[in-house]
Design a binder for this molecule. Sequence first.
Ligand SMILES: Cc1ncc(COP(=O)(O)O)c(C=O)c1O
Length: 358
Amino acid sequence: MPANLHIDLVSDTATLPGIAMREAMAKADVGDEQRGEDPSTNALCERVADLLGQEAAMFLPSGIMCNQIAIAVHCRRGDEILASENAHIIGSEGAGAAVFAGSLIRALPSRKGIFDAEDLTAALSNPRPKSPRSRLVNIEQTVNRGGGSIWPRGTLQEVVNVAQSNGLATHMDGARLLNAVVASGISASDYAQDFNSVWLDLSKGLGCPVGGVLAGSRSFMEEAWTWKYRFGGGMRQSGILAAAGLYALDHNVDRLAEDHENAKRLARRLSEIPGVRLEFDDTPTNLVFFDVAGTGLSAEVICEELLGQGIRIGVETESRMRAVTHLDISESDVDDAVDALAVLVQQEGTTPSNAAAG
Ligand SMILES: Cc1ncc(COP(=O)(O)O)c(C=O)c1O
């Protein structure tokens, strides 16, 4: 990471805990989390369980651990999980479902990471004797690699109904659930209460240094605790971290709307740069994917050049990039990043070889 990095659009995990959050952490009441004696962690878990319309919750070090514990509770060796083809659990979790639960994931075709009751019904129809047992439906709210798309409440409900009537459990990867809540005005419990398990991430748009909170029924949570110990996810005085989460829930949720506005601005301004093409036709939350093939520059070259100026944008493939707005990105940061990219592209367009090529 370059020392002059000052506009970091690589992810909403780039947020740094501010002074007020650090003060809340320093003042936290603490105890032994594994014994259920950490008051701040207990307060966070109760609050998130309530927020998500679930009976109980547990504090975990990361979102991936939330997903993997939920999968391990729901699935057994030889089971099948259904998820959209771009799901985080497919491409970005070290094949944890296979390693820990012995389960495979069937990738469902989707539209921006969203499938519907019909898609799920079709996927579940016609099981043969040698088919794996379909056991779990996983959905992401919002969909990271769907450009931050939001599952409509009705579609979620229909998918849950199909899952339930086929005896499947349901899991919501809510890494950015609160982005969906703020963008849509629909409550977190309305989105999440019918799922068998759901979690939200504290270390993304909410600005905490660490942590996710996984929620479900009391019986789900009992088994989840076994897996938490097994994964080494049991903590001690985790209240220091939980206090950051409580602070974030009080102060950093409504402001996600600013990130969404900034992302829309970013997308609009990027689309005005010759050769840059937005991957998605809208920007509902805070994720902007774009293709730079038409600029004559590779994503890697753009990334390196911008890094030299203290600006970071993520590289997805040779020509695709991802920029994410968050707590530490202002409107003027958005403008500065786009201006820097526009200058790069313009320079490329006027280099002698390109100019001659006409
Ligand atoms: C949709 C989704 N799920 C899960 C995760 C994993 O979260 P964590 O980085 O906290 O492990 C991410 C992280 O980017 C994500 O985008």
